[in-house]
Design a protein around this ligand. Structure first.
Ligand code: DX5
Ligand code: ZN
Length: 231
């Protein structure tokens, strides 16, 4: 697994917005455009109102993503995630992130993800305080800050989360990645980049565009410019 992907600028298109009848082609398009992180949104109809993807879908695309040098970034929006972590790991997940709001024993769940051979992430809803992860910063490989309330793609970016993301970057060690998810598009990625985050999920902005490869390239270009500026 290429762990540089955790701490470099990466676009993570969410296959939730892809056409599932030709998933391989959709994933192929964005990987050809330079994408190396494929985001998988798992919803259970309990923690969030929607029901989406199970481990079988991860298994369908695992070889394609890994052979292209990429990783599968699995976002579990489910109650009791500890019940499914091993199944998602066995299906080929590389990064697994759980919502802090769903874990009674967050430290134990993060240890379970790592024991399953995956990189461990923790996600916070827009209204969940950053202090929720203060005591587990040494137990995670990345943190994900939601900029929409989870459940659906195509929602509007909640800009009031930006100061929390900035504070997250200050709280987390440099070796821990910082991901932003929800409403990321050409009009919002600049503000998200300003926070110091390095991983950007985009669902509808990529797979909802007429040309997903071109849309991905445009967002990657925004990151590349920022990197040059930082250098
Ligand atoms: C929201 C999901 C997101 C979503 C992103 O519950 O976690 O990953 O699919 O979609 P957009 O980029 O359209 O907000
Ligand atoms: Zn997501």
């Amino acid at each position: 697994m290429n762990d540089d992907l955790l701490v470099t600028y990466q676009l993570a298109p969410s296959i939730l917005s892809a056409n599932f009848s030709r998933l391989e082609e959709e994933v192929g398009k964005v990987m050809a455009a330079g994408v190396r992180v494929i985001h998988v949104d798992v919803m259970d109809g309990h923690f969030v109102p929607n029901i989406t993807i199970g481990p079988v879908v991860v298994d369908w695309i695992r070889d394609q993503v890994h052979e292209g040098g990429g990783v599968l970034d699995v976002h579990l929006m489910i109650d009791g995630p500890e019940r499914y972590i091993d199944a998602f790991a066995a299906a080929g997940s590389d990064w697994i992130n759980v919502h802090a709001e769903t874990c009674k024993h967050l430290n134990a769940v993060l240890a379970q993800i790592r024991a399953a051979g995956c990189r461990a992430g923790v996600t916070l809803n827009p209204a969940t305080p950053l202090a929720t992860i203060q005591e587990v910063t040494g137990d995670i490989d990345f943190a994900l800050m939601m900029t929409v309330n989870p459940g659906f793609s195509g929602q509007q970016f909640i800009a009031s989360v930006l100061p929390k993301i900035r504070r997250a970057r200050m709280l987390l060690p440099d070796t821990v990645g910082l991901e932003v998810d929800g409403g990321v598009a050409t009009g919002t990625i600049e503000a998200a980049l300003d926070t110091g985050a390095n991983l950007f999920v985009a669902g509808s902005a990529v797979f909802g565009a007429p040309d997903p490869a071109a849309a991905a390239r445009e967002l990657i270009e925004a990151m590349r410019k920022r990197k040059e500026f930082a250098d």
